[in-house]
Design a protein around this ligand. Structure first.
Ligand code: HGY
Ligand code: MN
Ligand code: MN
Length: 434
């Protein structure tokens, strides 16, 4: 079925890609990583505040009704012909330390671009349109990831989130106050009518298959933990190997195990030891302590659970054999999420109607949409990542693909915003093989 926004007065509506690219560049200039296109704005740092302030200024310039909640999520709402729950889009503007300019930022700025496109055309949608950015989606500084949207949907009490300690020792609630984003809007939030998130794929699939749009059906399960191994600091030259209690060996053996387990289980299992620290971290000292993180993911919850069990077993046996003790702290644990089939169909149909190739696919990365899916019908739109690169300042998506993804989000949202449209109507015959 033709998405209803592609008939009648809104059929010809398209976004202004130059304006979107300008905003992406202006935001990327904050925390810019010298000599690259990327930026670093870890959650609740001064750079994050500066980025927030810029996006809030743009929301104000558009005359949106802006609210900030107790975890610092910010929502700007464009009034519709009717009141009631808005059709919401959004993502995050915090980045990893080696961030690209599109991860998260695209989903928020595409929302502002859509609002500006509607205003310029004098089109007032039936339902209100909301654009949100959620706090600490990356989870690099404060774990878990998707923290702001998790609190937004009631997945974690605000008080618990405010007491989370950063990897640099700061308390989340104190940082929120310091940057002036501890807002009054109630939590958990009221459910939007629906939620659509545009995001770069951050992987190689769309590019390898020559497809423009991803209609994202699910997000894989995520398991993060931090492991501290304590052994015995000793002299690197005088201590025979059989007398060592070397936590550095245990940590690196675990890193190898995580990788070999992923290769054994095969795609889509992935495993990463992204952070590893030795103490005292000196060339001629057998470490006293090793601390490392484990990130395991799979689309299948049963396999993810089995992976966690096998890793715990390996860690315990290796540490015991080495005479070390272990403390494991869970950092994040989210089961796989399936998006709303009707909204996924609408994304796929809208992409096809706009003349784009489209593929139904899972997301390897976590996203705020996986939290909003607890509140309302939710789906995601992917546009490609050149060379599949992300969490890297070289992250890049070409203007044509940014434009295609944003136009698909525009018309998906416009159709959802029509009070005479029932999302289940999207679940039509032309499923196609998209
Ligand atoms: O880790 C993730 O998948 C996301 O970037 N927070
Ligand atoms: Mn992201
Ligand atoms: Mn990310």
């Amino acid at each position: 079925m033709t998405p209803s926004s592609l008939t009648g007065e809104t059929a010809a509506l398209r976004i202004d890609i130059d304006r979107l690219i300008r905003r992406l560049a202006d935001l990327a200039a904050i925390g810019a990583i010298e000599g690259t296109e990327g930026c670093a704005r870890l959650a609740l740092t001064d750079e994050d505040k500066e980025g927030r302030d810029l996006v809030v200024t743009w929301m104000n310039d558009l005359g949106l009704d802006i609210t900030t909640d107790g975890i610092g999520n910010v929502v700007g709402v464009m009034a519709g012909k009717t009141d009631g729950p808005p059709v919401m889009c959004g993502s995050h503007i915090d980045t990893v330390r080696t961030g690209g300019r599109y991860d998260g930022n695209l989903g928020v700025l595409a929302g502002l671009e859509i609002v500006e496109t509607l205003m310029a055309a004098g089109h007032v949608p039936d339902r209100p349109i909301a654009v949100a950015f959620f706090t600490d989606e990356e989870g690099s500084r404060f774990q878990p990831d998707m923290l702001g949207s998790l609190v937004y949907v009631g997945g974690m009490p605000l008080e618990e989130a405010l007491d989370i300690e950063a990897i640099d020792g700061a308390r989340l609630g104190d940082e929120l106050v310091r940057i002036g984003y501890d807002g009054p809007a109630p939590l958990p939030a009221a459910a939007p009518h629906s939620f659509v998130e545009l995001h770069v794929e951050q992987g190689p699939v769309l590019e390898q298959e020559g497809i423009t749009i991803g209609a994202v059906e699910s997000v894989q399960g995520i398991s993060w933990s931090e492991v501290e191994v304590v052994g015995q600091s000793n002299h690197a030259g005088t201590t025979p190997m059989h007398l060592r209690k070397d936590p550095g060996y245990v940590a690196t053996a675990c890193a190898t195990f995580i990788r070999e387990l992923a290769l054994e289980l095969g795609h889509p299992q992935v495993g990463t030891v992204g952070r590893i620290e030795f103490f005292p971290n000196l060339v001629n000292v057998v470490p006293a302590k090793a601390t490392f993180t484990v990130d395991i993911r799979n689309t299948d919850e049963a396999i993810l659970k089995e992976s966690e069990r096998r890793f715990a077993e390996f860690l315990a046996a290796t540490a015991e054999a080495e005479g070390c003790t272990v403390t494991t702290t869970p950092l994040a644990r989210f089961e796989p999420v399936i998006f709303d089939a009707d909204v996924v169909d609408l994304v796929a149909n809208t992409a096809a109607e706009l003349g784009h190739s489209v593929k139904r696919m899972p997301s390897g990365a976590g996203h705020d949409a996986q939290m909003l899916a607890r509140l309302c019908p939710t789906a995601m739109v992917f546009t490609n990542s050149v060379d599949g690169i992300s969490h890297n300042p070289a992250e890049y998506t070409a203007p044509d693909d940014l434009e295609a993804g944003t136009n698909v989000m525009l018309h998906t949202m416009l159709t959802l915003a029509k009070t005479d449209f029932d999302a289940s109507d999207a679940n039509t015959s032309d499923k196609g093989d998209a």
